[in-house]
Design a protein. Sequence first.
Length: 300
Amino acid sequence: MTSERSLLRWGRSKAVVSLAAASVIAVTVTGVVLSQQGGQRRRATVIAPNTTSPPETVPLFIEPLPTEITSTTATTVAAPADTEPSVPATPTPPTATPVLAANGPAAPVFYRLRISAPVVFVTIDDGWVRDARIVDFIRQSGWPISIFLIERAASGDPNYFRQLSAAGATIEDHTFDHPYLTSLGTDRQTYEICRPEHDYVGMFGRAPTLVRPPYGAWNPTTEKVAHSCGLGAVVEWSATMSAGRLAISGSPRLRGGDIILLHFNANLYNDLVTLRKTLVTSGLAVGKLESYLSAPTAGG
């Protein structure tokens, strides 16, 4: 495992001047992907889909702060005897058209993908609570879920997350220790973001290509560091599913391109089942985020 000191030295060699605030729009064949750079989001809570929302480019969500985030003790949720509720399968997603984004000096920030296809993206954060039913749900549903995993949580039971990966999920970067990145300088952000990039190769056989900043907090340094670590995008979210409640920014209902945030907690299984019912009713498929957002090419 790479030492903190060597990573920090490496980070200093990669340090560059932060970019001024900017917005980037990447054009695709099926539409455009809206991205946003150069600043941290406004913060407030949204508790219901019909709550007045801000413009789509600046969601009012903050990341939920369950007790698992501040705890270093992982929890295993035992699978109950009953079987998964019978719910029709969600539609099969169409072939993805990758985002044609320039390989600049900073990773773009995405809150949602502006695509015409009826496809949404399901993401799960953290990893402190591990429920065996989630492995079965991912396998049975066929959803290509993106897991933004804290390395400290991953190291407690890497085999559980290997099972999720084998079932069809993709392991991505949620930093080593879940800090507020905006309170850290370049060296420490480099350590937090780049360490999983190195260590997950050994744990899961693949380096992450996407990063989600803890609490949704990022700044231009985050974008620069993410790119220097080989990550293609900083991924936020435009909808949350928590305790059976779906909250959406900028719309009363889910739209193609929405990125949905869930967490590894005691309610996750029920939230996934509830979300699947919603997607079936809405005619929305679940797409693979990594098929749309890819890592920068070498030298980009």
